[in-house]
Design a protein around this ligand. Structure first.
Ligand code: SAM
Length: 220
C-alpha cells in the first residue's frame, strides 16, 4: 500500500469556488447527484461544465501502466469511468490491454468515447457485477466518496474482491489537511457524501481491508 499521485500529469482545473458557493443550493446538488446531462455537460454550477475528450488522460494512462507494470492481455477496470476517456487512453498507450469501465450514469455511458463502445458497464461501485478476482488492476478515481462512509467501505471491499491479487488497485478520494482546506472543499463540493482528513480515510482503508494504493483530491 502506498500513497502515489497517479494523476500528477493532469492539467490544473480552474475552479471559481466563490461562484460555485453562491450558486449552490439543494436543487443544484440534487440535480448533480443524478449524474446526468446537467452534471457532465450542463453549466459549471452543476458539475463538469462540459466533459469532452481532450487527451488529458493520456499521460495519466502512461503513469498508471508504468506504476502497475500493466501488459497486453491484462484486464483493467476503471470504476466511475464516466465517458470512458481513461479506459480509451489506457488501451491507446498499451495496445492489447483489456480495459473496461463501470459507471452509474446512463448519460455518461450513452455519450461515451466511441473507442470504448461495448467496454463500459452500468452498475454501482458497491455492487460490482463481476466475479471475484476478475481484473489484474482496479481503479476508482474520484468516485467512492460519492457514497456515505459505509458505502465507501462496501466499495473498497468490492475493489478487493474483483482484484486478482492484492495491491494492484488505486483509489483517489476527496480530502483536506487543514480546517481551511476543509472549509474550501465544503464550499465547492457537490456530490461527495464522505470526505475526510487523510488519517481518517486511512483508517477506513484499514477497516475495509483495502490493500491498494491511494491519493487525495485536495483543493488549495
Ligand atoms: C467526479 S466523477 C469522476 C470521473 C472520472 N473517474 C474522473 O476522475 O474524471 C465521478 C463519477 O462517478 C460516477 N458515480 C457516482 N456514483 C457512482 C456509483 N455508485 N457507482 C459507480 N459510479 C458512480 C459518476 O457518474 C461519475 O462518472
Amino acid at each position: 500500500m502506498a500513497e502515489v499521485n497517479l494523476l500528477r500529469a493532469l492539467p490544473h482545473t480552474a475552479r471559481d469556488v466563490n461562484k460555485r458557493e453562491r450558486a449552490k443550493h439543494p436543487g443544484i446538488v440534487a440535480e448533480s447527484r443524478k449524474f446526468g446531462e446537467m452534471y457532465f455537460d450542463g453549466p459549471r454550477e452543476y458539475g463538469y461544465g462540459g466533459y469532452r475528450y481532450d487527451g488529458r488522460w493520456m499521460p495519466v494512462a502512461r503513469d498508471i501502466i508504468a506504476h502497475f507494470d500493466l501488459e497486453p492481455g491484462m484486464r483493467v477496470l476503471d470504476i466511475g469511468c464516466a465517458k470512458g476517456f481513461l479506459v480509451r487512453d489506457l488501451m491507446q498507450v498499451c495496445p492489447g490491454l483489456e480495459a473496461f469501465g463501470l459507471d452509474i450514469s446512463e448519460y455518461a455511458l450513452t455519450h461515451c468515447h466511441p473507442g470504448v463502445a461495448g467496454r463500459l458497464h452500468r452498475g454501482s461501485a458497491d455492487r460490482l457485477p463481476f466475479p471475484d478476482a476478475s481484473f489484474d488492476c482496479v481503479l476508482a478515481i474520484n468516485t467512492i466518496h460519492n457514497f456515505d462512509r459505509d458505502g465507501a467501505k462496501r466499495a473498497l471491499n468490492e475493489i478487493e474482491r474483483v482484484a486478482k491479487r492484492p495491491g494492484r488497485t488505486f483509489v483517489q478520494v476527496d480530502a483536506y489537511r487543514t480546517p481551511a482546506e476543509k472549509a474550501l472543499f465544503e464550499s465547492w463540493v457537490l456530490t461527495a457524501l464522505y470526505h475526510d482528513y487523510p488519517q481518517r480515510w486511512l483508517r477506513l482503508f484499514e477497516v475495509a481491508g483495502y490493500t491498494g494504493d491511494w491519493y487525495w483530491t485536495i483543493l488549495e
